[in-house]
Ligand binder design. Structure first.
Ligand code: NDP
Ligand code: OXD
Length: 313
Protein backbone atom coordinates (compact mmCIF):
# COMPACT_ATOMS: atom_id res chain seq x y z
CA UNK A 1 0.00 0.00 0.00
CA UNK A 2 1.24 3.50 -0.83
CA UNK A 3 0.75 6.03 1.94
CA UNK A 4 1.44 9.72 1.51
CA UNK A 5 1.98 12.30 4.26
CA UNK A 6 0.91 15.91 3.73
CA UNK A 7 0.58 17.92 6.94
CA UNK A 8 1.09 21.67 6.95
CA UNK A 9 2.62 23.32 10.04
CA UNK A 10 4.02 19.92 11.02
CA UNK A 11 7.67 18.86 11.04
CA UNK A 12 7.36 15.64 9.03
CA UNK A 13 10.63 13.95 9.98
CA UNK A 14 9.70 12.45 13.35
CA UNK A 15 6.21 11.54 12.12
CA UNK A 16 7.58 9.69 9.10
CA UNK A 17 10.08 7.88 11.30
CA UNK A 18 7.40 6.76 13.75
CA UNK A 19 4.96 5.76 11.01
CA UNK A 20 7.68 3.93 9.06
CA UNK A 21 8.72 1.99 12.16
CA UNK A 22 5.12 0.95 12.83
CA UNK A 23 4.29 0.10 9.20
CA UNK A 24 7.49 -1.40 7.74
CA UNK A 25 5.52 -3.35 5.13
CA UNK A 26 4.12 -0.18 3.49
CA UNK A 27 5.68 2.69 1.51
CA UNK A 28 5.20 6.00 3.27
CA UNK A 29 6.36 9.10 1.47
CA UNK A 30 6.26 12.81 2.06
CA UNK A 31 4.09 14.60 -0.52
CA UNK A 32 6.30 16.97 -2.47
CA UNK A 33 4.57 20.21 -3.47
CA UNK A 34 7.53 21.34 -5.54
CA UNK A 35 7.83 18.21 -7.70
CA UNK A 36 4.35 16.77 -8.32
CA UNK A 37 5.70 14.19 -10.82
CA UNK A 38 7.60 12.54 -7.94
CA UNK A 39 4.43 11.88 -5.91
CA UNK A 40 3.20 8.32 -6.44
CA UNK A 41 -0.54 7.71 -6.55
CA UNK A 42 -1.43 6.84 -2.96
CA UNK A 43 -4.12 4.60 -1.48
CA UNK A 44 -4.11 6.31 1.88
CA UNK A 45 -2.98 9.68 3.18
CA UNK A 46 -2.17 11.25 6.50
CA UNK A 47 -3.13 14.91 6.26
CA UNK A 48 -3.49 18.15 8.15
CA UNK A 49 -4.88 21.15 6.23
CA UNK A 50 -3.41 19.99 2.88
CA UNK A 51 -3.53 22.38 -0.08
CA UNK A 52 -6.10 21.83 -2.84
CA UNK A 53 -3.23 20.78 -5.13
CA UNK A 54 -2.69 17.72 -2.95
CA UNK A 55 -6.19 16.38 -3.61
CA UNK A 56 -6.09 17.43 -7.26
CA UNK A 57 -3.00 15.24 -7.71
CA UNK A 58 -4.49 12.27 -5.83
CA UNK A 59 -7.80 11.64 -7.63
CA UNK A 60 -7.84 7.93 -6.68
CA UNK A 61 -7.06 8.41 -3.01
CA UNK A 62 -9.33 6.16 -0.95
CA UNK A 63 -8.84 7.19 2.65
CA UNK A 64 -7.42 10.23 4.43
CA UNK A 65 -6.50 10.13 8.11
CA UNK A 66 -6.77 13.64 9.53
CA UNK A 67 -4.02 14.55 12.00
CA UNK A 68 -6.49 16.32 14.26
CA UNK A 69 -10.04 16.09 15.55
CA UNK A 70 -11.51 18.94 13.50
CA UNK A 71 -11.95 18.36 9.77
CA UNK A 72 -13.11 21.84 8.72
CA UNK A 73 -9.91 22.44 6.73
CA UNK A 74 -10.73 19.37 4.62
CA UNK A 75 -14.39 20.15 4.12
CA UNK A 76 -13.60 23.39 2.34
CA UNK A 77 -11.64 21.45 -0.33
CA UNK A 78 -12.76 19.59 -3.48
CA UNK A 79 -12.15 16.01 -2.37
CA UNK A 80 -11.70 12.91 -4.55
CA UNK A 81 -15.18 11.42 -5.15
CA UNK A 82 -14.79 8.21 -3.17
CA UNK A 83 -12.58 9.51 -0.39
CA UNK A 84 -13.34 8.44 3.19
CA UNK A 85 -12.10 10.78 5.92
CA UNK A 86 -11.15 9.48 9.34
CA UNK A 87 -10.34 11.97 12.08
CA UNK A 88 -8.41 11.59 15.33
CA UNK A 89 -10.77 10.34 17.95
CA UNK A 90 -9.41 11.60 21.29
CA UNK A 91 -5.82 10.24 21.01
CA UNK A 92 -4.91 12.00 24.25
CA UNK A 93 -6.69 15.26 23.43
CA UNK A 94 -9.78 14.93 25.61
CA UNK A 95 -7.92 14.93 28.92
CA UNK A 96 -5.97 18.01 27.82
CA UNK A 97 -9.21 19.73 26.86
CA UNK A 98 -10.65 18.85 30.26
CA UNK A 99 -7.62 20.50 31.91
CA UNK A 100 -7.97 23.57 29.73
CA UNK A 101 -11.66 24.11 30.42
CA UNK A 102 -11.37 23.29 34.08
CA UNK A 103 -8.57 25.80 34.69
CA UNK A 104 -10.67 28.53 33.04
CA UNK A 105 -13.83 27.63 34.97
CA UNK A 106 -12.01 27.38 38.31
CA UNK A 107 -10.30 30.77 37.78
CA UNK A 108 -13.67 32.36 37.08
CA UNK A 109 -15.62 30.63 39.83
CA UNK A 110 -13.00 31.28 42.52
CA UNK A 111 -12.19 34.79 41.18
CA UNK A 112 -8.46 34.08 41.31
CA UNK A 113 -7.64 36.78 38.75
CA UNK A 114 -9.18 39.39 41.05
CA UNK A 115 -7.24 38.05 44.05
CA UNK A 116 -4.00 38.18 42.06
CA UNK A 117 -4.76 41.74 41.04
CA UNK A 118 -5.53 42.72 44.65
CA UNK A 119 -2.22 41.22 45.82
CA UNK A 120 -0.30 43.15 43.17
CA UNK A 121 -2.07 46.30 44.41
CA UNK A 122 -0.83 45.61 47.96
CA UNK A 123 -4.23 44.50 49.28
CA UNK A 124 -5.29 41.52 51.41
CA UNK A 125 -8.98 41.10 50.64
CA UNK A 126 -11.69 38.46 50.52
CA UNK A 127 -14.68 38.02 48.25
CA UNK A 128 -17.90 36.36 49.25
CA UNK A 129 -17.70 32.74 48.01
CA UNK A 130 -19.89 32.10 44.96
CA UNK A 131 -22.50 29.40 45.16
CA UNK A 132 -21.48 26.36 43.13
CA UNK A 133 -25.10 25.43 42.45
CA UNK A 134 -25.50 28.81 40.70
CA UNK A 135 -22.48 28.28 38.48
CA UNK A 136 -23.71 25.99 35.71
CA UNK A 137 -21.14 25.28 33.01
CA UNK A 138 -22.73 24.71 29.61
CA UNK A 139 -20.92 22.66 26.98
CA UNK A 140 -21.77 23.26 23.33
CA UNK A 141 -20.90 20.01 21.56
CA UNK A 142 -21.10 16.89 23.70
CA UNK A 143 -18.97 14.57 21.61
CA UNK A 144 -15.60 13.03 22.42
CA UNK A 145 -14.15 16.21 23.94
CA UNK A 146 -17.33 17.64 25.42
CA UNK A 147 -18.17 14.47 27.32
CA UNK A 148 -14.68 14.26 28.82
CA UNK A 149 -14.91 17.91 29.88
CA UNK A 150 -18.33 17.26 31.45
CA UNK A 151 -16.83 14.41 33.47
CA UNK A 152 -14.03 16.62 34.78
CA UNK A 153 -16.44 19.41 35.74
CA UNK A 154 -18.72 16.97 37.53
CA UNK A 155 -15.74 15.73 39.52
CA UNK A 156 -15.49 19.26 40.95
CA UNK A 157 -19.25 19.30 41.52
CA UNK A 158 -20.14 22.04 39.03
CA UNK A 159 -23.66 21.73 37.61
CA UNK A 160 -23.20 20.84 33.93
CA UNK A 161 -25.49 21.51 30.97
CA UNK A 162 -24.89 20.22 27.45
CA UNK A 163 -26.10 21.14 23.98
CA UNK A 164 -25.93 18.77 21.02
CA UNK A 165 -27.51 18.47 17.58
CA UNK A 166 -29.51 15.34 18.38
CA UNK A 167 -31.17 14.58 21.73
CA UNK A 168 -28.95 12.51 24.00
CA UNK A 169 -28.71 11.43 27.60
CA UNK A 170 -25.54 12.01 29.62
CA UNK A 171 -25.52 11.02 33.26
CA UNK A 172 -25.89 14.06 35.53
CA UNK A 173 -25.89 16.54 32.62
CA UNK A 174 -28.91 18.74 31.86
CA UNK A 175 -29.09 18.14 28.11
CA UNK A 176 -30.53 20.44 25.43
CA UNK A 177 -30.69 19.62 21.72
CA UNK A 178 -31.21 21.50 18.50
CA UNK A 179 -31.39 25.16 17.54
CA UNK A 180 -34.73 25.78 19.23
CA UNK A 181 -33.24 24.86 22.61
CA UNK A 182 -30.24 27.19 22.32
CA UNK A 183 -31.78 30.25 24.10
CA UNK A 184 -32.85 28.15 27.12
CA UNK A 185 -29.46 26.44 27.21
CA UNK A 186 -27.61 29.79 27.19
CA UNK A 187 -29.95 31.23 29.81
CA UNK A 188 -28.95 28.42 32.19
CA UNK A 189 -25.16 28.97 31.91
CA UNK A 190 -22.72 30.95 34.05
CA UNK A 191 -19.99 29.79 31.67
CA UNK A 192 -20.50 28.57 28.11
CA UNK A 193 -17.80 26.39 26.56
CA UNK A 194 -17.71 25.88 22.79
CA UNK A 195 -16.47 22.44 21.71
CA UNK A 196 -18.43 22.18 18.46
CA UNK A 197 -17.09 21.13 15.08
CA UNK A 198 -17.06 24.00 12.59
CA UNK A 199 -19.85 23.44 10.06
CA UNK A 200 -22.14 25.80 8.12
CA UNK A 201 -24.66 25.40 10.99
CA UNK A 202 -22.20 26.27 13.75
CA UNK A 203 -20.23 29.06 12.08
CA UNK A 204 -20.73 32.35 14.01
CA UNK A 205 -22.93 30.61 16.55
CA UNK A 206 -21.27 32.72 19.25
CA UNK A 207 -22.80 35.95 17.97
CA UNK A 208 -24.46 38.79 19.88
CA UNK A 209 -27.96 37.52 19.13
CA UNK A 210 -27.19 34.18 20.83
CA UNK A 211 -24.74 35.39 23.48
CA UNK A 212 -27.30 37.89 24.77
CA UNK A 213 -29.25 34.93 26.13
CA UNK A 214 -26.41 34.33 28.62
CA UNK A 215 -27.06 35.87 32.05
CA UNK A 216 -25.32 39.18 32.74
CA UNK A 217 -21.88 38.52 34.25
CA UNK A 218 -21.29 35.19 32.53
CA UNK A 219 -18.20 33.91 30.74
CA UNK A 220 -17.33 32.40 27.35
CA UNK A 221 -14.69 29.77 26.61
CA UNK A 222 -13.99 29.00 22.94
CA UNK A 223 -11.60 26.11 22.33
CA UNK A 224 -13.19 24.83 19.10
CA UNK A 225 -12.63 27.06 16.05
CA UNK A 226 -12.22 30.81 15.65
CA UNK A 227 -15.07 31.02 13.13
CA UNK A 228 -17.58 29.95 15.78
CA UNK A 229 -17.20 33.40 17.31
CA UNK A 230 -18.08 36.83 15.94
CA UNK A 231 -15.08 38.59 17.45
CA UNK A 232 -16.52 42.12 17.31
CA UNK A 233 -19.71 40.92 19.07
CA UNK A 234 -17.68 39.43 21.90
CA UNK A 235 -15.73 42.68 22.36
CA UNK A 236 -18.96 44.70 22.44
CA UNK A 237 -20.56 42.41 25.03
CA UNK A 238 -17.44 42.46 27.23
CA UNK A 239 -17.01 46.22 26.96
CA UNK A 240 -20.72 46.81 27.55
CA UNK A 241 -20.61 44.70 30.73
CA UNK A 242 -22.98 41.91 29.65
CA UNK A 243 -20.14 39.37 29.70
CA UNK A 244 -17.55 39.22 32.50
CA UNK A 245 -14.73 37.43 30.67
CA UNK A 246 -13.60 35.12 27.88
CA UNK A 247 -10.95 32.45 27.50
CA UNK A 248 -10.01 31.92 23.87
CA UNK A 249 -7.76 29.33 22.24
CA UNK A 250 -8.82 29.78 18.62
CA UNK A 251 -9.26 32.81 16.36
CA UNK A 252 -10.56 33.91 12.99
CA UNK A 253 -6.94 34.52 11.97
CA UNK A 254 -4.20 32.28 13.34
CA UNK A 255 -1.62 33.18 14.47
CA UNK A 256 -3.59 35.92 16.22
CA UNK A 257 -2.23 39.20 14.78
CA UNK A 258 0.17 40.98 17.11
CA UNK A 259 -2.05 44.08 17.27
CA UNK A 260 -5.36 42.22 17.73
CA UNK A 261 -7.61 43.71 20.42
CA UNK A 262 -7.90 40.31 22.15
CA UNK A 263 -4.23 40.18 23.05
CA UNK A 264 -4.32 42.99 25.60
CA UNK A 265 -7.97 43.06 26.62
CA UNK A 266 -8.20 42.87 30.41
CA UNK A 267 -11.22 40.53 30.32
CA UNK A 268 -9.78 38.11 27.76
CA UNK A 269 -7.31 35.30 28.34
CA UNK A 270 -5.68 34.01 25.14
CA UNK A 271 -3.75 30.85 24.33
CA UNK A 272 -2.30 29.98 20.89
CA UNK A 273 -4.51 27.05 19.75
CA UNK A 274 -2.86 24.90 22.39
CA UNK A 275 -5.84 23.69 24.44
CA UNK A 276 -5.43 20.08 23.29
CA UNK A 277 -2.23 19.38 21.39
CA UNK A 278 -1.96 16.54 18.90
CA UNK A 279 0.30 14.01 20.62
CA UNK A 280 2.58 12.19 18.19
CA UNK A 281 2.91 8.82 19.92
CA UNK A 282 -0.79 8.43 20.71
CA UNK A 283 -1.80 9.67 17.26
CA UNK A 284 0.56 7.30 15.43
CA UNK A 285 -0.73 4.34 17.46
CA UNK A 286 -4.33 5.31 16.63
CA UNK A 287 -3.76 5.95 12.91
CA UNK A 288 -1.64 2.82 12.44
CA UNK A 289 -4.30 0.71 14.18
CA UNK A 290 -7.03 2.06 11.91
CA UNK A 291 -4.87 1.77 8.77
CA UNK A 292 -4.23 -1.89 9.54
CA UNK A 293 -7.93 -2.53 10.12
CA UNK A 294 -8.78 -0.80 6.85
CA UNK A 295 -6.03 -2.64 4.92
CA UNK A 296 -7.36 -5.96 6.21
CA UNK A 297 -10.86 -5.24 4.93
CA UNK A 298 -12.79 -3.25 7.55
CA UNK A 299 -14.85 -0.68 5.62
CA UNK A 300 -13.78 2.89 6.37
CA UNK A 301 -17.24 3.84 7.64
CA UNK A 302 -16.86 1.28 10.43
CA UNK A 303 -13.67 2.85 11.77
CA UNK A 304 -13.93 5.08 14.87
CA UNK A 305 -13.65 8.72 13.85
CA UNK A 306 -15.24 8.19 10.42
CA UNK A 307 -16.47 11.57 9.22
CA UNK A 308 -19.89 11.96 7.70
CA UNK A 309 -18.92 14.49 5.01
CA UNK A 310 -22.53 15.55 4.38
CA UNK A 311 -23.05 16.30 8.09
CA UNK A 312 -19.63 17.97 8.37
CA UNK A 313 -18.22 16.12 11.39
P1 NDP B 1 -17.24 15.21 18.04
O1 NDP B 1 -17.59 15.02 16.62
O2 NDP B 1 -16.95 14.01 18.87
O3 NDP B 1 -18.44 15.99 18.78
C1 NDP B 1 -19.15 17.00 18.15
C2 NDP B 1 -20.35 17.41 19.01
O4 NDP B 1 -20.90 18.61 18.46
C3 NDP B 1 -21.47 16.38 19.02
O5 NDP B 1 -22.04 16.29 20.32
C4 NDP B 1 -22.49 16.96 18.05
O6 NDP B 1 -23.85 16.65 18.31
C5 NDP B 1 -22.29 18.44 18.30
N1 NDP B 1 -22.79 19.23 17.16
C6 NDP B 1 -22.36 19.21 15.87
N2 NDP B 1 -23.08 20.04 15.12
C7 NDP B 1 -24.00 20.59 15.93
C8 NDP B 1 -25.05 21.52 15.75
N3 NDP B 1 -25.32 22.05 14.54
N4 NDP B 1 -25.80 21.85 16.83
C9 NDP B 1 -25.57 21.32 18.03
N5 NDP B 1 -24.57 20.42 18.29
C10 NDP B 1 -23.81 20.07 17.25
O7 NDP B 1 -16.03 16.24 18.09
P2 NDP B 1 -14.83 16.36 19.16
O8 NDP B 1 -15.44 16.46 20.51
O9 NDP B 1 -13.81 15.31 18.94
O10 NDP B 1 -14.16 17.75 18.71
C11 NDP B 1 -14.90 18.94 18.66
C12 NDP B 1 -14.09 20.07 18.01
O11 NDP B 1 -13.08 20.53 18.90
C13 NDP B 1 -13.32 19.69 16.75
O12 NDP B 1 -14.15 19.68 15.62
C14 NDP B 1 -12.26 20.78 16.67
O13 NDP B 1 -12.73 21.86 15.90
C15 NDP B 1 -12.09 21.23 18.13
N6 NDP B 1 -10.76 20.91 18.65
C16 NDP B 1 -9.98 21.93 19.16
C17 NDP B 1 -8.74 21.66 19.68
C18 NDP B 1 -7.91 22.73 20.29
O14 NDP B 1 -6.77 22.46 20.69
N7 NDP B 1 -8.39 23.95 20.43
C19 NDP B 1 -8.20 20.29 19.71
C20 NDP B 1 -9.10 19.30 19.18
C21 NDP B 1 -10.33 19.62 18.66
P3 NDP B 1 -24.40 15.13 18.23
O15 NDP B 1 -23.86 14.45 19.48
O16 NDP B 1 -25.87 15.32 18.28
O17 NDP B 1 -23.87 14.55 16.96
C1 OXD C 1 -7.77 19.58 16.18
C2 OXD C 1 -7.06 20.76 16.62
O1 OXD C 1 -8.80 19.71 15.53
O2 OXD C 1 -5.89 20.66 16.97
O3 OXD C 1 -7.32 18.47 16.48
O4 OXD C 1 -7.64 21.86 16.67
Amino acid sequence: MNITFCCTHTNPKAWLQALGAALPEHDITLWDAEAPHRNAAADAAIVWAPPQAFFDQQPTLKVAFNLGAGVDALLEKRLPPDLAVIRLDDAGMSVQMAEYVLQAVVRYFREFAAYEQDMRAGEWSFRRPRQRQDFTVGIMGCGVLGQRVAMALQHFEYPVAGWSRRPKVLSGVQMYAGDAALPDFFAACAVVVCLLPLTPETQHILCARNLKHLPVGSYVVNAARGAHLVESDLLALLDGGHLAGATLDVYTTEPLPEDHAFRRHEKITCTPHAAARTLRDASVVQIVGKLKQWASGTPAHQLPGYVDLARGY
